[in-house]
Write a protein that binds this ligand. Sequence first.
Ligand code: G
Ligand code: G
Ligand code: MN
Ligand code: NA
Length: 256
Amino acid sequence: SQLERDFRLAISREQLICHYQPILNATDMSIAAIEVLVRWEHPKRGLVSPAEFISVAEHTGQVVEMSNQVFSMALASLADWEAKGLWPRSAKIALNVSALQLARDILIGQLKSMGDRYTFSFSNVEIEITESMLMQDAEESARILESVREMGLSISIDDFGTGYSSLNYLRRLPINVLKIDRSFVKDIGHDRSDEQIINATIDLAHNLNLKVVSEGVETETQMAFLKDAGSDYLQGFHLSKPLSRSAMEEWLESES
Ligand code: G
Ligand code: G
Ligand code: MN
Ligand code: NA
């Protein structure tokens, strides 16, 4: 397709960039994590969202080279921020992982080669995977996640509540964080059942010794509800939009 050909150029001409969205501690609003979000700087169309190209890139396998570039940019930034003394204590840089990286078992190799290229601590890195990715091959996923954890990274489950996790997997897999999908956060203040789902999810997570990120926080009302419900971390436009690398670095400078 045209998109596939264009995207090939995007990769070879290095038109992909990373934006960085802070995830804040609900208690003191300090930075708990920074999620890396890829964008395509298209010569004619401007910044293109991954919503437009990830599924094609996944289908064609281009997502592998894309994630090499994204991991490389993000972990070079992490190395730089650590070296400058800007990295907040116990903060994580959170990388989205695609289904293909797990299915082809290339994630570990990609991470190791980043560790060879840049000087950063893997304990400052988190990977985000979705429930549906885990369910595709539960035993194989478990094996890969164990290796990821052995390397020192943490693991979060993205878009939680939209897939079909069995509670048994949640208990058995080496997971650190659940990210409550923004579809549940959207109707806080209007939809009592979504509020109850959020309360139940936070209780469940805490009982399993997991931390909780609430995604898609766009209003003061949502933020107040989520703090009160015990969400450990908050992410969304109300706190910060995804930022350019330089804007993110300014924030880190102002906090350090
Ligand atoms: O940033 P935005 O809301 O446009 O992201 C849309 C989707 O693209 C989200 O599901 C997000 O997880 C995914 N995404 C963003 N960056 C990356 C990336 O670097 N790798 C992968 N695999 N997915 C990403
Ligand atoms: O699937 P994933 O959770 O990785 O998707 C992250 C996407 O969510 C990013 O593309 C980011 O731009 C988007 N996002 C971040 N905060 C908000 C928000 O408050 N509202 C909405 N609608 N999208 C958000
Ligand atoms: Mn994510
Ligand atoms: Na999400």
